[in-house]
Design a protein around this ligand. Structure first.
Ligand SMILES: *[C@@H]1O[C@H](CO)[C@@H](O)[C@H](O)[C@H]1NC(C)=O
Ligand SMILES: *[C@@H]1O[C@H](CO)[C@@H](O)[C@H](O)[C@H]1NC(C)=O
Ligand SMILES: *[C@@H]1O[C@H](CO)[C@@H](O)[C@H](O)[C@H]1NC(C)=O
Length: 281
């Protein structure tokens, strides 16, 4: 840890600032200057890269589960994952016109993440990652008003969503840049495609508890017709997953140089040519 880059170099000043309670934030590690031992690196211009890279990304996920302090500090734990409030508004859509707020969102299941394949493009160093999660569960408090598939919905209370056999295809675009003699990935775009075999939801206190029977039958209807509901809410689900992954990956790849994943990664200058190189300010 000692060899990692520290932002607050002059120790005397730092000490004085700590005394003033000002140095804690800047003293945090900005990025790794030494390859962490949990991370096996690969060479993209050698055979077997995709297999190697798949294992490396799995090791990264496994370590996120254990906890990478510099990530946990700002992102929190990986499993269970606490997500900031989700506000959802879908209008002008035949299948769903709905406003919903989710708060106290906790998602469990990421500890079982299996990386099936991690491909990296030699052309632009974008990634294509195939991920499998056997089971995911989201718990939250909800507030909702609107309708989905002609069913009027309103209410507030506790809810959960359980997803089984989730396949994620993660498409990530990055831009390489240099920092402190290392090449880093700047994550610029994250797109996902999702498939699952089953979604189960339960919304407590639907219609604000006016009828337990209607609440029960509506929940039953959701679960019997989950594919239709999933399709109706797909924009929200994709947007939520993409922004979550963007946030996480930006943090990870600003912390760990791309060289520690792909030893022979070209510099940004070499990849883009001199005209487009982005260097450390
Ligand atoms: C969601 O929250 C926003 C602001 O916090 C509020 O204006 C809106 O009415 C809420 N929507 C629902 C359906 O509760
Ligand atoms: C989802 O299923 C479709 C149809 O079987 C398939 O073409 C697609 O590749 C799958 N996507 C993922 C992320 O598994
Ligand atoms: C990373 O990309 C964003 C835009 O997606 C840009 O604003 C930012 O300056 C980039 N950072 C670096 C270090 O290249």
């Amino acid at each position: 840890m000692g060899s990692r880059h520290q932002n607050c170099v002059p120790l005397g000043i730092c000490g004085a600032l700590i005394a003033l309670g000002l140095c804690l934030k800047v003293a945090a590690v900005e990025y790794y200057t030494e390859k962490p031992s949990f991370l096996p690196s690969c060479r993209i211009y050698e055979p077997g890269f995709t297999k190697c890279s798949t294992n490396t990304v799995q090791k990264l996920i496994d370590q996120l589960v254990v906890g990478i302090p510099e990530i946990a500090q700002s992102f929190g734990s990986f499993d269970p994952m606490h997500v900031k409030d989700i506000a959802f508004k879908q209008d002008n859509n035949e299948v769903a016109t709905i406003r919903a707020n989710l708060t106290d969102v906790v998602i469990k299941g990421f500890a079982q993440t299996k990386i099936k394949e991690s491909r990296v493009s030699k052309k632009d160093f974008s990634w294509q990652t195939k991920i499998y999660l056997p089971k995911m569960r989201l718990d939250a408090k909800y507030q909702m008003a609107g309708r989905i598939l002609l069913i009027p919905l309103s209410g507030s209370g506790n809810m959960f969503i359980e997803i089984e056999n989730l396949d994620i295809l993660l498409l990530t675009k990055t831009q390489l840049y240099e920092k402190g003699g290392f090449t880093f990935d700047n994550v610029t775009s994250v797109r996902v495609q999702l498939n699952m075999t089953r979604v189960r939801t339960h919304l407590d206190n639907l219609f604000n508890g006016r009828s337990k029977e209607v609440e029960r039958s509506t929940n039953q209807f959701f679960n019997d017709n989950w594919r239709d509901f999933y399709e109706a809410l797909k924009p929200l689900i994709y947007q939520t997953v993409e922004s979550l992954l963007f946030n996480l990956m930006s943090k990870v790849f600003n912390l760990i140089p791309a060289n520690f994943f792909v030893e022979d990664i070209p510099t940004s200058k070499k990849l883009y040519g001199t005209g487009k190189s982005i260097t450390d300010p």
